[in-house]
Design a protein. Structure first.
Lengths: 124, 124
DNA sequence: TTTATACGTAAGGCTGCGCTTACCTGTCAA
DNA sequence: TTGACAGGTAAGCGCAGCCTTACGTATAAA
């Protein structure tokens, strides 16, 4: 019975992030992208995932926590394992944003802009 | 004649980044995405860009330097201005990566796993 | 010239990221 | 029970990211 223990004065460490659950941030880290790529082949427990990386299991757990907060993965308990599962819906945000630029490189609009720029320089 | 000045011992500050010119990293910052969005409407000088943000001009310059290193923008001198121009080609990397998952959230079946299996050795 | 403008860059501060080790809980096995 | 295993989480360390101010440089204007 821990009644005689003094109550700790908690020095609140701020886990605040500039990007709270932002998809672009989540995907910026190559390890997290690799995790998503692995999970794209099927759900997998943490240890199985961690074995493929040159870092500790807690590190992978923390990456998965970020992916969880971004809702890019889901986890379900099976026995004493937690199977992580891809949940790619938030990637749609990235897709939609980048898709706006797609026309710039497919329709070669940038090349057109450069062409106009050169002509303008000749005239001036 | 600065002969009496002692030669400075240069404390080399390391500007090294884990992500050297990585597109995903460049785009992770909301300010840099906003810069790209602005430049999508046409080339623009630095001051004109900086006016739209609640931060100093050098901060914008540094963001632009990162976009330059990633080749997401180009700059050309005109008088004493530097006009920055969108160069969206590198975004294709993001597009291609996310596009693999698109089939994942639209359909339910995909040959995604097969594709990733082939590419996995490159990263490790 | 001299002065003003547009911009880059160095220097430094603060903070959060990404990692580690240590510790804890929860589940299965013996 | 006890032990082993899976995994989440706290604490802390080193450093990169993002900002600031101060300064340097190139061009244009006076």
């Amino acid at each position: 019975m821990l009644t005689s223990r003094t109550k700790d004065v908690r020095v609140v460490k701020r886990p605040m992030s500039r990007f709270g659950g932002d998809v672009f941030y989540a995907v910026a880290d190559p390890t997290r992208r690799a995790l998503l790529d692995l999970l794209a082949q099927g759900e997998e427990p943490v240890n199985s995932l961690a074995e493929r990386f040159a870092m500790s299991r807690p590190a992978i757990s923390q990456h998965l926590a970020i992916l969880l907060k971004t809702r890019l993965v889901r986890a379900r308990r099976v026995g004493r394992e937690r199977l992580y599962q891809l949940q790619p819906k938030p990637l749609e945000q990235i897709y939609d944003w980048v898709a706006l630029y797609e026309r710039f490189w497919t329709e070669k609009l940038s090349a057109l802009g450069e062409h106009l720029r050169k002509n303008r320089e000749k005239r001036s």
